[in-house]
Ligand binder design. Structure first.
Ligand SMILES: [Zn+2]
Ligand SMILES: [Zn+2]
Length: 443
């Protein structure tokens, strides 16, 4: 029998216990893609891992005899339905799951975003100069904690035409927890804690780059020369919490770790300013935040205001002498509380500095690559202009999975963009605009 998500929590789903069923849904992924025999599935692409366990009736736990490919949109699965009535764990399980050939039209849209695009567009898609302005590729978040293996970065970048990525350590992660379905600071950091965590994170990042033969970019000339045939890394930090209010640590990170891209705030209102996901305590940017921006301008570090509220962006725009980057977001003029999306005015404030806004491949906003291109990139271009939009994948930083989980999929995005933009415009969106900002900022 075929089960729909509306059946879950109803007698029809309970009566199917022990029977062969078929169901179509979206795997919830914490890894960008890959094969696995055990995962969770939901009705819609997941937006946040933290909110899933709150509703055990909205999730199916999948067990496959042989590993299944997942992370590329919807899967239509068949298997044996099991219902657990003990209230522990997930209520619904699919055992012996296998992928059914043939999909619903909607599932096909999500899983094969290019079925309607002309093939020649693919061929001219990537010119090997793309830059991702925000990434945690290679499993750098887990590696910062001394956990998890390094995953291959270079080969998917080469295949997809990505020349460089801003690879970010996450400076406040030891104190961030999930609460009420959103990421929040769970406690105050101990003195020195976030500094020493960041030192080991930067060290893990350098090891990853060394082990995978990824050159670390230190100068504008090095980014100018970077091509996907030998992909490079720009050392970045998501959150300047490691400074702990001490400006001299910025110079240290610039010299010791080749830090060239700094996001001021993350999930903790810190010494530099406020964040979008907590109430304002600083009225936007602090005096120390403005001092850090000026020092970044002098030393040659790109300033990233992602996660900062509009008030912070306006003050940062007044403080900076270089363009601002807002590395991962998307546009919404109908804002929900604590959203990470931005309004048109917020976007225009970035554009007015000559900067770049990176577009996020969040499946809940953009269920497939065509939507990522049209509802994500093109809408932002309409508001901010063709010179002020870029690629911000947040790869391996998205708990609910990604619409573009691998850099090898970049030609699909380029092809989707080419249905609306010419080749020069597409090249700007996929890297040219960030290259311009980097050039001006780093010198
Ligand atoms: Zn982020
Ligand atoms: Zn991130």
């Amino acid at each position: 029998m075929r089960l729909s998500w509306q059946d879950l929590g109803k007698p029809r789903a309970d009566k199917a216990d022990g029977k062969p069923v078929e169901i179509t849904g979206f795997p919830l992924t914490s890894l960008p893609s890959g094969r696995t025999g055990h995962f969770l599935m939901m009705a819609e692409p997941g937006c946040c891992q933290g909110c899933v366990p709150n509703n055990p009736l909205a999730v199916v736990e999948v067990f496959a005899d042989r590993p299944l490919e997942r992370g590329r949109g919807a899967l239509r699965l068949s298997g044996t339905w099991r219902v657990s009535f003990d209230g522990e764990g997930w209520r619904y399980q699919l055992h012996g799951a296998s992928v059914k050939p043939g999909m619903t039209r909607r599932a096909l849209m999500a899983a094969s975003p290019l079925f309607c695009l002309p093939v020649p567009a693919m061929a001219q898609a990537a010119d090997g100069t793309a830059v991702d302005v925000h990434s945690h590729a290679g499993n750098i978040i887990q590696m910062s904690f001394g956990r998890g293996q390094a995953l291959d970065i270079a080969s998917p970048m080469s295949r997809g035409g990505v020349s460089a990525i801003c690879l970010a350590v996450v400076s406040d992660s030891p104190i961030i927890t999930t609460s009420g379905g959103r990421l929040r600071p769970g406690r105050d950091p101990r003195p020195g804690e976030l500094y020493s965590f960041s030192q080991s994170s930067f060290s893990a990042l350098h090891k990853l780059a060394r082990d995978q033969d990824l050159p670390i970019i230190r100068t504008a000339a090095e980014l100018r020369a970077a091509r996907s045939s030998r992909p490079s890394v720009i050392v970045s930090s998501e959150g300047a919490d490691f400074l702990e209010g001490r400006i001299e640590r910025l110079d240290e990170a610039h010299q010791r770790w080749a830090l060239r891209h700094l996001q001021l705030t993350h999930y903790r209102p810190n010494e530099l300013g406020d964040i979008q996901t907590e109430p304002s305590i600083h009225g936007g940017l602090t005096a120390f935040g403005a001092e850090v921006i000026r020092r970044c301008n002098q030393m040659g570090i790109v300033v990233d205001v992602a996660h900062g509220p509009y008030e912070l962006v306006k003050k940062a725009a007044a403080a900076t002498s270089k363009p601002l980057v807002l590395s991962h977001t998307s546009l919404s003029d109908r804002q929900t509380p604590w959203t990470r999306q931005i309004t048109s005015n917020h976007a225009r404030a970035i554009a007015a500095t000559g900067g770049v806004i990176g577009i996020w491949p969040i499946p809940a906003y953009f269920p497939n690559i065509v939507s990522y291109a049209m509802d994500g990139f093109a809408r932002m271009v309409d508001v901010a202009g063709i010179d002020h939009v870029g690629l911000g994948t947040d790869q391996m930083g998205l708990p609910g999975g990604s619409t573009m989980p691998s850099y090898a999929d970049l030609p699909q995005l380029a092809a989707a963009l080419r249905t609306r933009f010419n080749a020069d415009e597409t090249a700007k969106l996929l890297g040219g605009n960030y290259r311009r900002v980097f050039e001006v900022s780093i010198g």
